[in-house]
Design a protein around this ligand. Structure first.
Ligand code: MG
Length: 262
């Protein structure tokens, strides 16, 4: 069984362990069994809106044990990247959770919510883009000018196009990234899956053979393989993707890690 083949596991959250306000079938029991065995677990999500603490509390509400130091999010990884860059000030497009992760890692942000023209000239040496559900034209204009005219670094938490909500599909972080990419002609540094940085942060400190468990071929499986680890595809809630890399293993639910034949 797969649980015996690896020393540690990285788990995506949405579509693998949780769907909305519910756990995925088999997720609670699979994680409990891995905990009993003492198998190290990391949670790896492209979420750029929530604090790590809030995501852990959500998992614990669903009877999945989770600790902040095991949680790696696009928001926390972007904040770590900016802290490593020693940015003096960062102009942030994003929500409260994104801002809280920046603050926790000592990243100084410019708190201007207006454009950079006029009386209050905004300066920043980096622009960080997460999911900003209160984005305005003025914010996009300020970010564009900082990147184009002032040489600010362009860093994005992820490049996800869209995401489902109770009301229907909604633009993701990638939609904001696309606006800035079009306006500036510059390519961002993207931190989240399938790019390597979030994986590298999550893998640091883990020893032995590690596998990623995810529902997205493009994000989880491609990202894992690019990072040099196998990707195990969970299909119960996977969106149909026409193309993508071939997973190293395929299971129906997370409990498939304990199927005798895999
Ligand atoms: Mg997912």
């Amino acid at each position: 069984m797969l649980a015996d083949q690896y020393d540690a596991f990285l788990f995506d959250l949405d579509g693998v362990l949780i769907v909305g306000d519910y756990p995925v079938d088999g997720a609670v029991d699979a994680l409990a069994r891995l905990r009993e065995r003492g198998t190290p677990i990391r949670f790896v999500t492209n979420n750029s809106r929530s604090t790590r603490q809030a995501l852990c509390e959500h998992l614990r509400d669903l009877d999945i044990e989770a600790n902040v130091e095991e949680m790696y999010t696009a928001a926390s990884a972007t904040a770590a990247h900016l802290a490593d860059m020693r940015s003096e000030s960062v102009y942030v497009l994003g929500g409260d959770g994104f801002a809280a992760e920046m603050a926790r890692q000592g990243v100084k942000r410019t708190d201007a919510t207006h454009g950079i023209d006029g009386a209050g000239v905004v300066t920043a040496d980096a622009v960080a883009v997460g999911l900003d559900r209160t984005v305005t034209y003025d914010k996009l204009a300020a970010a564009t000018r900082l990147i184009s005219d002032h040489g600010a670094a362009f860093v994005a938490a992820n490049n996800d196009n869209a995401y489902p909500t109770a009301e229907g599909i909604a633009p993701g972080t990638g939609a904001l990234v696309a606006a800035l990419r079009t306006a500036t002609g510059r390519e961002p540094t993207i931190i989240g899956k399938p790019h390597p940085e979030l994986f590298e942060q999550a893998l640091s400190g883990l020893e032995g053979d590690v596998a990623m468990v995810g529902d997205s071929l493009e994000s989880d499986i491609r990202g894992a393989q690019r990072a040099g680890i196998p990707g195990i595809h969970v299909t119960a809630h996977a969106r149909t993707e026409n193309e993508g890399p071939t997973p190293d293993a395929t299971i129906d639910t997370p409990y498939g890690l304990f199927n005798a034949e895999t």
